[in-house]
Design a protein around this ligand. Structure first.
Ligand SMILES: C[S@@+](CC[C@H](N)C(=O)[O-])C[C@H]1O[C@@H](n2cnc3c(N)ncnc32)[C@H](O)[C@@H]1O
Length: 329
């Protein structure tokens, strides 16, 4: 039986309040089931701003696009849903705008990172150690490398590096060694429960098994979907696409993502004074954004209680203050 797509949008009221202020082009780079997009379109309509607005929804997962197109049906004339990676934001916006004879300047961008509840809860996608499924973890199912390919082809060193780098897992070496020993004895690891079993078996009493499981699964997911690299590119290219006073909002769910968002936002908000010791009177490049959230916005207790997935969410928002930011003097 087909599973029903569900996903509760996180920090939705905060997103709408910070992003929706005028009619224009909005990009939801992580469309999912269309929960945030629906709220954005609803708010545009409520403020009488829907005319002249277009929401471009991007997702790399076919199931998400299908669910979102259903959910957003009533706004059909104001949406364009595109299968793609949000790191292609520049090309996607340019192409959609050219087709619709619009200036490719964006008023608001949202990235709600990671996977949806639907993806996590669909066992055959292999995202969760709590459900038996194949070790897949591709958000874009046409992608070539699955988590199973990585687990079964990487060396012990490569696996340990991966678990440490993308999972910040302190026992990465021990786990990598156990996986390779298992592979040699029993053949390829194919299932989520099989991998979880190897990890569980190699944990000592008192160690936080669940933490390790989620760190290892997070590391594999990041590697399969190249998540950190595409995020970095989407932030730079997205900021470039924003119109003056356009805003970008990003919700991250773990420290590796949040660190990248924070670092890029700080870099784009700061003046560049060139090499140290040159003593310029004017910066080589002025900051092109202003930070609207000095500290990340986090969900309140009520939201976390009704939607536990929200508990680790951190929202950061910037506003563009000039188009190019290149004011060399
Ligand atoms: C947390 S969910 C978004 C949920 C959505 N905000 C909602 O309210 O329904 C993240 C979605 O973004 C998609 N996604 C994650 N990384 C992506 C990327 N680099 N490019 C395109 N889509 C991506 C996932 O496939 C997933 O559907």
């Amino acid at each position: 039986m087909a599973q029903i797509f569900y996903h509760e949008p996180v920090l939705a009221s905060e997103i709408v309040a910070m992003l929706v202020r005028k009619s224009g082009i909005y990009v939801d780079g992580t469309l999912g089931g269309g929960g945030h997009s629906f709220r954005i379109l609803q708010e545009l309509a409520a403020q009488g701003l829907l005319e002249g607005s277009l929401l471009i929804g991007i997702d790399q997962d076919d199931a998400a696009l299908q669910a979102a197109s259903e959910k957003l049906k009533q706004y059909d004339d104001h949406i364009e849903l595109v299968k793609g990676n949000f790191c292609e934001i520049e090309e996607i916006v340019t192409k959609v705008c050219a087709h619709k004879c619009l200036q490719p300047r964006v008023t608001g961008i949202l990235l709600d990172l990671g996977v949806s509840s639907f993806q996590i809860d669909t066992p055959e996608r292999g995202f969760s150690y709590l459900r038996e499924g194949t070790l897949d973890m591709r958000m874009d199912e046409s992608g070539s490398r699955t988590a199973g390919d990585i687990v079964n082809s990487c060396s012990e060193n490569e696996l340990a590096g991966l678990f440490f780098r993308y999972g910040e897992e302190p026992k990465s070496r021990r786990i990598a060694r156990a996986i390779v020993a298992y592979r040699e004895k029993y053949g390829p690891v194919t299932g989520t429960e099989e991998l979880a079993g190897i990890i569980r078996k190699n944990m000592h009493g008192g160690e936080m098994v669940l933490k390790t499981l989620s760190r290892v699964f997070q590391a594999l997911r990041i590697e399969v979907n190249n998540e950190l690299e595409v995020l970095r590119r989407a932030l730079y290219d997205g900021i470039d696409r924003l119109e003056e006073h356009g805003r970008m909002a990003v919700i991250s769910y773990h420290s590796l993502e949040d660190r990248i968002v924070k670092t890029v936002f700080i870099e784009k908000a700061s003046n560049d004074w060139g090499p140290k010791g040159v003593g310029l009177r004017e910066p080589v490049r002025r900051g092109s954004v202003t930070m609207l959230t000095r500290k990340p916005v986090m969900p309140g207790g009520e939201e976390v209680e009704s939607n536990p997935r929200a508990r680790s969410a951190k929202l950061r928002v910037i506003e563009k203050i000039s188009h190019g930011g290149n004011h060399a003097c």
